[in-house]
Design a protein around this ligand. Structure first.
Ligand SMILES: *[C@@H]1O[C@H](CO)[C@@H](O)[C@H](O)[C@H]1NC(C)=O
Ligand SMILES: *[C@@H]1O[C@H](CO)[C@@H](O)[C@H](O)[C@H]1NC(C)=O
Length: 298
């Protein structure tokens, strides 16, 4: 084979792989990174497991677990069947065993899989990072959720997620702290439909996926940084965080440690851990962040 033919054949193969991986994602969730098409948040489900020169080093991981924070990188994710779900593998990444009041897990749904329900009084938030799922709620109405779409499901409401091909979701659940005469509603949306919000004193772009009204006891923020941008406030606060890096890379400061991080990494931040981020590299950083809000900490 001459060189041109070889390159043509390789390109064709890569394209085929990309197409097979795409499934039924809409064109809006594609990113053109160079010549080959990759769906949005592609790096989350196709991570670089370690720096290339350390790829094969036995026992090497970037993951750390400390009293007030954890970094859980993809080579440490351990999947097992999710209780109450069918044909779905889950990796619990943040749980109350660490001190959190919420769980955060990745759910890998296979062909013809179905979700289970959370325990009583537990609210659920799901965000699609790969593939597509169909959500059917208590009224029997179905909505299709593709990459970048999300749903908030109030506690004690019947619902089910179905997946025909494959999908990866990030899921947050917590016991809802209800207020008298207040209830929460199902929310369905996608990141790109959400308005950019004011971030006084900061340069990053902020979107919130859940209404800010008092009924809701947490929110999910989507934060975008261009390379070189960083948090001005060196935050220390009472709120807890669960973070999934969706795109990009940079340095996360947690307590007295500075961690190089990249798409696919998960971070647990306990209340009051000093935290700070700077985006590096050539591409935008986008991360998704759980934050408890609207409740008196007493
Ligand atoms: C809740 O609703 C009831 C009945 O309308 C009312 O009597 C009560 O004051 C309300 N409670 C609060 C905290 O608003
Ligand atoms: C079920 O989903 C439909 C469509 O998204 C929505 O209009 C309806 O309010 C939902 N039902 C409940 C009980 O949340």
């Amino acid at each position: 084979m001459n060189h041109a033919l070889l390159i043509f054949v390789i390109t064709l193969r890569l394209l085929k792989m990309a197409v097979a991986d795409e499934g039924i994602c809409p064109s809006t969730s594609m990113v053109d990174s160079g010549s080959d098409l990759k769906h949005l948040y592609w790096k989350v489900t196709n991570p670089t497991l370690s720096p290339s020169h350390l790829q094969d080093l036995p026992g090497f991981t970037r993951s750390v677990y400390k009293q007030d924070h954890a970094l859980i990188t993809p080579e440490s994710h351990v999947f097992s069947p999710l209780p109450d779900w069918t044909l779905t593998l889950g990796a619990y990444l943040i749980t109350p065993a660490m001190g959190s009041h919420f769980v955060m897990y990745l759910a890998k749904m296979q062909e013809n899989s179905r979700s289970g329900l959370p325990p009583n009084d537990v609210e659920r938030f799901i965000f699609v990072v790969q593939g597509a799922v169909t959500l059917t709620n208590v009224s029997g109405t179905s909505d299709k959720l593709t990459v970048d779409s999300y749903a908030y499901l109030p506690p004690n409401g019947d619902h089910s997620l179905r997946c025909d091909a494959s999908a990866t979701l990030v899921v947050f659940e917590r016991r809802h702290v209800s207020l008298e005469n207040q209830s929460t509603d199902q929310i369905i949306g996608s990141t790109d439909e959400q308005p950019l919000l004011e971030t006084p004193g900061e340069v990053f772009q902020l979107r919130k996926l859940i209404p800010t009204s008092i009924s809701y006891d947490f929110n999910i923020h989507i934060m975008d940084f261009q390379p070189g941008e960083y948090l001005n406030v060196k935050e220390v606060h009472y709120n807890q965080h669960g973070l999934l890096l969706l795109e990009g890379q940079g340095i996360y400061r947690l307590g007295d440690s500075w961690y190089p991080v990249q798409a696919g990494d998960v971070i647990w931040m306990a209340p009051f851990v000093p935290q700070w981020y700077a985006a590096l590299g050539k591409h935008r950083t986008r991360y998704l962040l759980y934050k408890d809000v609207n409740r008196n900490p007493l």
